[in-house]
Write a protein of this length. Structure first.
Length: 105
């Protein structure tokens, strides 16, 4: 095996370590999303688990349950987009030539 292969194997191990570190960090991450100028606020874990939800009483109208449901969905989508952006920004860059090397774990 040449030094090029050894270098790529080392890069693959470093990438795997970075991914593991990022996964650990995301497990401890919480992101808040909101809708309706704060009428509905919710918190997601880094694994998209709903951790908390707050609904202001003034937006609870028995005649407009659909509106409340829409606010909850919008708050979830807001938090989800923030979480996705954060997780993508922390993704390690794949060194060229590592695709297809397989799992070296």
């Amino acid at each position: 095996m040449g030094t090029g292969f050894a270098k790529k194997k080392k890069q693959a191990k470093m990438l795997q370590a970075q991914l593991t570190q990022m996964q650990d960090k995301m497990q401890h991450t919480e992101i808040t999303g909101s809708a309706g100028n704060g009428l509905v606020t919710l918190t997601l874990s880094g694994e998209y688990e709903l951790k908390n939800i707050f609904i202001k009483p003034e937006c609870v109208d028995p005649e407009d349950v659909d509106g409340l449901q829409d606010l909850i969905k919008a708050a979830y989508n807001d938090a989800s987009k923030k979480l996705q952006a954060q997780s993508m920004s922390g993704m390690p860059q794949m060194p060229s030539g590592l695709a297809g090397l397989g799992n070296w774990g």
